[in-house]
Design a binder for this molecule. Structure first.
Ligand SMILES: [Ca+2]
Ligand SMILES: [Ca+2]
Length: 319
């Protein structure tokens, strides 16, 4: 019996011990919380259109910190001929200067040693560039406008190219014809003006029989073209543009109106190509592509509120 009691006591003790062990069980401790550096996500390369002015971005939307500590930033910009930058707390302001790419480098830290994180993203200010260079055979009567500078045509003269303009009173500002990005023309009516005349003078008559007048255009806007001329048709509301050519003596010449060409607005460059034989008569003169001295554009109509405006490249006579 004695042994039985021992066994009983042992079972009790064992149960008690098991209960004690159960009470003393704890899950493993979590690892100690370590302060983490900030994390930058989503600061991707950025494309901004020409004339964007300023663009703001708040780093608070891109940078997080586990402890939600105050983050301080240091920014730098690789090309201040493209953009300048300024930082106000977490807000970065990008200001337009020119076109092209510039890298923005961002350092962020929560203030703890070794917690500086860094990223770089590229901001590209997209210019409107000229049409791809024409690869066909061109004649002396062809202009790609490459290498003639940037800005008003009067400050960047192109040999042989004359630009004139008047209103009906023959007394208004000179036309707004500018070279853009050193490779194409921008023709815009920014004031109320009724008449532009652009001619390209060659050094003599050329036989361009069988050839074409071609150009690339983009961003074309205009009031509805009337197919009439303010002087020849005595239509003071006339709006149109014509391509024309004449010989040295101004005794032969062809013309074709934009209103017959169906130009449309597009940010992409589009091509127009017209056989010189298909031109109609200019001023009732015989059409003769075998003797051409001048080629050009005449533009009439358009006001500041309803301008004629378009970009022009690769203009002239080609095979
Ligand atoms: Ca932290
Ligand atoms: Ca060009």
């Amino acid at each position: 019996m004695k042994s039985k009691k021992y066994i009983k006591q042992f079972v009790y003790l064992l149960s008690f011990a098991l209960v004690m062990i159960g009470c003393e069980y704890h899950p493993p401790d979590p690892p100690p919380v370590e302060n983490q550096p900030p994390v930058i996500t989503g600061l991707n390369d950025l494309s901004l259109p020409l004339n964007f002015g300023t663009h703001e971005m708040d780093f608070a939307n891109y940078v997080s910190d586990q402890e939600r500590e105050i983050i301080t930033y240091l920014v730098s910009n690789s090309n201040d001929t493209v953009i300048t930058i300024s930082l106000d707390n977490t807000v970065l302001t990008i200001t337009e200067v020119g076109t092209g790419p510039s890298d923005i480098n961002v350092f962020a830290t929560d203030g703890h040693e070794g917690h500086e994180v860094e990223t770089t993203f590229t901001v590209t200010v997209e210019g409107i560039w000229g049409a791809a260079d024409y690869t066909g055979n061109v004649t002396v009567g062809f202009l790609d406008f490459n290498g003639f500078g940037e800005g008003h045509i009067y400050d960047n003269p192109i040999p042989g190219l004359t630009v004139e303009g008047w209103d009906y009173d023959w007394d208004s500002p000179v036309p707004d014809v500018k070279l853009a990005n050193n490779d194409h023309l921008v023709i815009t009516n920014e004031v109320d003006r009724q008449w532009f005349w652009i001619d390209y003078r060659l050094d003599g008559d050329y036989d361009f029989t069988g050839k074409k007048l071609r150009f690339d255009y983009s961003y074309f806007i205009a009031p509805a073209l009337t197919g009439t001329h303010w002087d020849e048709d005595e239509d003071l509301a006339a709006v149109d543009i014509r391509l024309w050519y004449v010989n040295t003596g101004w005794s032969t010449g062809g013309a074709i109106y934009f209103s017959s060409l169906g130009l449309e607005y597009s940010t992409d460059w589009q091509e127009v190509s017209i056989p010189l034989e298909d031109f109609g008569s200019l001023w009732e003169m015989p059409v003769d592509p075998s003797q051409i001295r001048y080629i050009g554009l005449e533009i009439w109509g358009g006001t500041s509120s309803a301008p004629i405006s378009f970009r022009l490249d690769n203009f002239g006579i080609v095979d």
